[in-house]
Design a protein around this ligand. Structure first.
Ligand SMILES: Nc1ncnc2c1ncn2[C@@H]1O[C@H](COP(=O)(O)OP(=O)(O)OP(=O)(O)O)[C@@H](O)[C@H]1O
Ligand SMILES: Nc1ncnc2c1ncn2[C@@H]1O[C@H](COP(=O)(O)OP(=O)(O)OP(=O)(O)O)[C@@H](O)[C@H]1O
Lengths: 214, 214
């Protein structure tokens, strides 16, 4: 079983520690302030008040023995970077850090950590896309510029068969499944007819999907 | 063309306004502090320093005429709720607000706004799941407890055909596509053979996917 550390109990750190602990993982958490540590001690057995930029304090709390440590220190970019440096010195194998600005992210990348996350940015971009394009419900990156989209089926497709709308040849878009009322039709056949209020789960490039729904 | 307002230029507000402006949407932004307004004025024509809980100030800036307003005020839950109340009074049709705690979210729900978002929570849960389960790459909710997952193909499937592993009958999981090196195989046939390092894009319930990969 993997062991985890969470440094910095803001919103992101709190939900990270909570989800890990709910799935019976062993988690050690810490924060420089007392209140966040009190809040998290309800569901995590080991939580400490300490300054994570202090190598000795990290070692005493046992962070050097963990498989994965998540650093979620926000406003204070210096503290985030110093903490990551200390963890690298302690030999922690996998470090994941939340980045606050793209410069902060670039520094973390240069130091060489496993994964950098931008929670606010990722969600803001996805929601902005759903606001900009009528019928656009969700978007998830998949591979080489192809993303998975959930879209409301465009009006011009209603009562047409999949082989009639021919998305693959016209837009390089593949239909993965159709959501109809509360059921899901996976890998629909070419003969399937689209009805009103169908949601389509498709795989394609953003600019082609924009063309399809605008 | 839809018109948008963004109130509160923290990380989430900034990326929201930026993405909307990059897609040529008309955006009005505001914040109670000067610095965030300065930062955003580089790419948004209308940005104001104002207290969004003040109805008169919102009206003078033109927020009452907008189709959609996003409220992204974080630390100060009272200001977020008061701002939403003012927007409702001004008759704004679609209001989206970021919630900081679940109680904050519940109050926003009771007041009756279009969408409530928890950016840090959503991303933290998704990343925690990828850390907990070996081979788990990403997860996106789709419909009635079914989500879309990207997983590394389990070792026991290598060199087997899709109809041999029979995921649909054994785990109620459908394979939507296979990512192999840099190409994507959509709606793979039952005769397709899995090779090492394939990533599978699947549709199923979280507890069944956990059974599959653990
Ligand atoms: N040197 C440090 N050692 C340990 N914890 C720290 C240190 N510096 C800051 N923190 C803690 O990190 C936590 C998160 O920081 P902050 O609130 O600035 O980030 P944030 O990005 O706004 O968080 P979120 O968006 O996840 O709520 C805070 O609870 C803060 O006390
Ligand atoms: N009454 C108000 N009117 C307008 N703006 C406000 C008001 N109160 C707070 N703000 C602004 O809202 C912005 C976001 O607030 P805050 O930084 O507390 O949230 P946050 O959730 O930490 O942000 P993020 O995680 O998106 O960076 C700040 O720039 C702040 O100045």
């Amino acid at each position: 079983r993997k062991t985890f550390g969470v440094i910095g109990i803001g919103r992101f750190g709190l939900y990270m520690a909570k989800t890990l602990a709910e799935n019976k993982a062993e988690v050690i958490a810490c924060d420089i302030e007392e209140d966040p540590v009190k809040e998290i001690s309800d569901f995590i057995s080991k939580s400490y008040i300490l300054d994570a930029t202090n190598e000795k304090a990290l070692k005493e709390a046992g962070f050097h023995n963990l498989d994965t440590v998540i650093v979620s220190i926000g406003e204070n970019i210096e503290a985030s970077i110093l903490t990551v440096m200390q963890l690298l010195k302690l030999g922690v194998k996998e470090i994941i850090a939340k980045a606050i600005t793209s410069t902060h992210g670039m520094i973390l990348e240069k130091i060489g950590i496993s994964k950098i996350v931008y929670p606010e940015k990722n969600v803001a971009i996805r929601i902005a896309h759903t606001l900009l394009y009528e019928g656009f419900i969700d978007e998830t990156p998949f591979a080489n510029e192809y993303s998975i989209f959930e879209i409301k089926c465009p009006a011009q497709f209603i009562h047409k068969k999949l082989n009639e709308i021919d998305l693959r040849n016209k837009f390089d878009i593949s239909i993965l499944s159709i959501k109809r009322d509360s059921s899901i039709l996976v890998n629909p056949s070419a003969e399937e007819t689209i009805v009103e209020n169908d949601h389509l789960l498709i795989l394609g490039k953003l600019e082609n999907v924009k063309k399809l729904i605008t």
